[in-house]
Design a protein around this ligand. Structure first.
Ligand SMILES: NC(=O)c1ccc[n+]([C@@H]2O[C@H](COP(=O)([O-])OP(=O)(O)OC[C@H]3O[C@@H](n4cnc5c(N)ncnc54)[C@H](OP(=O)(O)O)[C@@H]3O)[C@@H](O)[C@H]2O)c1
Length: 257
């Protein structure tokens, strides 16, 4: 129960990594604002919502004013917010010149501006008593991937942004950290496999199998494994970790930075 008494906002909480993080936080005693676009909470959350451990905040994070509404609603329900996890993102399979400008803009709008605006909206709450922001970003920001052109650029931008934001918030005891998964076992993997099959042929199943073979240890991280790293970073055990990006990819990323 490392998070007893803590209040958190988790975006992308309906599935994948965000869902696993939110589940782990509630299981360790936090009260959590769960953010995704669907109007209704998935059935698995009903008991937690009924018991006051979670609240469902149906919002599209790209909508004007949504980040401020999310933070205000969570703070009102729980009396404050100390933790933010950004996982409402995606990764479009696309080459740099293979998609129109609207798609470049949409990808930046969802993940770069979506994450950055959530962090800006959360800052006043976290500054009150100290806190932690963790962003689920991705190793393509360090190993730019020609088939994930916009995701590579978005992730690299978030890597720089977290560094400067961490500096700005350090004096208020707010830490900001990125987690960089390689490909991992969520619904997004199936979407990426379909995109790769469209670009290069083969079936989505072939493409997913190839991604798994290329994963460290011959498999890909599970959302629960990513969540365990996120919970460590959110906890006081990581009190000196800020302004950095931590890989969880089975050692696939080869760069030294
Ligand atoms: N899975 C991977 O292989 C992998 C690898 C590296 C990095 N990442 C990054 O990790 C993050 C999470 O990925 P994931 O695999 O967990 O994705 P996922 O399974 O597709 O889940 C995405 C979540 O975000 C929510 N969401 C999407 N757009 C939203 C919006 N505009 N407003 C609010 N919520 C929104 C979705 O719910 P609704 O659709 O209901 O809104 C869902 O809960 C992403 O940024 C992704 O790029 C993933």
């Amino acid at each position: 129960m490392r998070f007893a008494g803590k209040r958190a906002v988790v975006t992308g909480a309906s599935r994948g990594i965000g869902r696993a993080v939110a589940r782990a936080l509630v299981d360790e005693g936090a009260r959590v604002g769960l953010v995704a676009r669907s109007g209704q909470a998935p059935a698995e959350w009903q008991a937690d919502i009924g018991a006051g451990r979670a609240v469902w905040l149906a919002e599209d994070v790209t909508r004007p004013g949504a980040p401020e509404r999310i933070l205000a609603a969570c703070a009102e329900r729980f009396g404050g917010v100390e933790l933010l996890v950004n996982a409402a993102g995606g990764a479009r399979v696309a080459t740099a010149l293979g998609i129109p400008e609207e798609a470049w803009r949409a990808d930046f709008e969802l993940k770069f501006f979506g994450y950055a605006r959530m962090m800006r909206a959360a800052a006043p709450y976290l500054r009150q008593r100290g806190g932690v922001m963790v962003n689920i970003v991705g190793v393509a920001g360090k190993d730019p991937n020609p088939t994930l052109a916009t995701a590579s650029a978005v992730n690299a931008a978030l890597r720089a942004f977290v560094k400067v934001l961490a500096d700005e918030l350090a004096s208020d005891h707010v830490r900001v950290v990125n987690v960089d998964p390689g490909a991992c076992e969520t619904g997004l993997l199936a979407e990426m496999a379909e995109g790769l099959a469209r670009l290069y042929g083969g079936t989505p199943e072939d493409q997913a199998a190839a991604m798994r073979r290329r994963g460290g240890f011959g498999r890909l991280p599970t959302p629960e494994e990513v969540a365990r790293l996120v919970l460590f970073l959110l906890s006081d055990e990581a009190a000196m970790v800020t302004g950095t990006s931590i890989d969880i990819d089975g050692g696939v990323h080869r760069g030294l930075a």
